[in-house]
Design a protein. Sequence first.
Length: 325
Amino acid sequence: MSNVRPESMERITTAALAEAFIDEQIRAVRAQVGDGKVLLALSGGVDSSVVAALLIRAIGKNLVCVHVNHGLLRKGEPEQVVEVFRNQMDANLVYVDAAERFLKKLEGVAEPEKKRKIIGAEFIRVFEEEARKQEGIRFLAQGTIYPDILESGSVKAHHNVGGLPEDLKFELVEPLKFLFKDEVRVVGKALGLPEGMVERQPFPGPGLGVRCLGAITRDRLEAVRESDAILREEFAKNGLAGKVWQYFTVVPDFRSVGVRDGKRSFEYPVILRAVNTRDAMTATVEDVPFALLQHITQRITHEVKGVNRVLYDLTPKPTGTIEWE
């Protein structure tokens, strides 16, 4: 199949168009796969979740979803994947808790690119191990969308399955390969996925590993996870969740002096980041109301263990980048 989006393809903007697309892709997948089995790395992100929901409708239990929890996901995300796909959609889901394995590999590693490579390589190894446990798998589903093809011309890099060994000769199944991200979201809603999953904001492949700056420690990783959950909760309560393109917290690898319970404390700062962008090449900083920043600060410093300061990053891109690592 050509990697050029068909000129005749209508933009998917309504539920009716999404249903027509879903019906068309179900027929295409069944024609390609037959009674064969399909393997999917289900991260819980928008693209892989929509692919999973579509293939469940098309081939049911012949789709094998593998969700690898590398310990670097946001609070509640692994549980949401299990709840939505195994409990609600009755998917053939393999859940792999590999958190300890990843964290041991990352011990003492501070260089950002080295962390990324370790996380990516270890994901491939875990996924390969699970793939080899399955029998009769001939196909590999990918959450490739059209911008991925335009940018890379190859399989979707952030799913980390492009490096599988040569002997795993899977044929690719890519039902979303001609869709843009906004169209994927419309299709996801038509498939019945939860709003929070379909509208999930961009999240880096290495997850919280690049937001726990420097060498990852368990206490700082937990501080990132808990502070991020508070930020997301407060943005949702105050109408910013759908307005701000990306927002998250960062915990650097240093401490500062503070006061807690009338005594000197030596704890970590949490940095808040909230930006808007159209293409991720440039970004502006969201003007968050000061009263809300104060409330978030109060919650984080009182609810997140080991944190005594909250900072707000005011740097646009350029000169800063969206992520810190």
